[in-house]
Design a binder for this molecule. Structure first.
Ligand SMILES: [Zn+2]
Length: 212
């Protein structure tokens, strides 16, 4: 595989970045993932990196970001934190990815059967988990108020995952002027996604992405 120069990377626009990820997940689902020479990629990226995407996702062991998008070493900034929540360090990492290193897309990706979401729905946590789950509980509360009859089963929790993804995107936009400016200028886009741990499929949740 040829090393991609900075100029070539800059030629990738946000919409193309989305398609690279979407097509990568389709290959993954069809068991057509690329046969990658990882040793070659280690060599190619040993001096510099130019990832085209940043993905904020959960720590869940069933959601390995590069695998599910059929990407390799040097392709994606992967930021992982339980429940894909946002804090100042996450914002700084995203700013580094997009402002300093020119990544063209941020995908905030929740997943089905998320332990952090389940714990937030159940309430009650210990130690540092308390403040983390508190961030997700905003989504639980909002959804319960909207749909008092929704119960708290699997479907409800997956709906909370989706709500939580959009909440994280709001936090990114609110918390980072740098990222807001990049997004407004069209140099970078932020998309929401949900990964299904049963199928391996990534569903992009934004209307804009679904139309293309
Ligand atoms: Zn999770």
């Amino acid at each position: 595989m040829k090393k991609q120069s900075r100029a070539e990377r800059e030629a990738v626009n946000p919409q193309q970045a989305y398609k690279i990820l979407k097509n990568g997940n389709e290959r993954y689902l069809k068991k057509l993932s690329s046969d990658r020479d990882l040793s070659a990629r280690i060599l190619q990226t040993s001096r510099d990196q130019n990832p085209f995407a940043a993905v904020l996702s959960c720590i869940d062991s069933r959601v390995p970001v590069e695998f599910i998008f059929d990407q390799s070493i040097g392709d994606v900034f992967s930021i992982r934190v339980a429940g894909n929540v946002v804090n100042p360090d996450v914002l700084a990492s995203l700013e580094f990815a997009c402002q300093v290193k020119d990544a063209k897309i941020i995908v905030v990706m929740g997943h089905t059967h998320c332990g952090a979401i389940a714990a937030a729905c159940e309430g009650g946590a210990e130690g540092n988990m308390t403040q983390l789950l508190g961030k997700i509980q905003n989504a639980v509360k909002a959804l319960k108020e909207e749909r008092p009859d929704a119960g708290d089963g699997e479907h409800f929790r997956d709906e909370v995952s989706i709500r939580n993804v959009f909440h994280s995107i709001d936090e990114i936009r609110k918390g980072s002027r740098v990222l807001r400016t990049l997004e407004k200028s069209g140099k970078m886009q932020i998309l929401a996604a949900l990964y299904d741990v049963r199928s391996g499929g990534v569903r992009f949740l934004d209307e804009r992405a679904q139309k293309s």
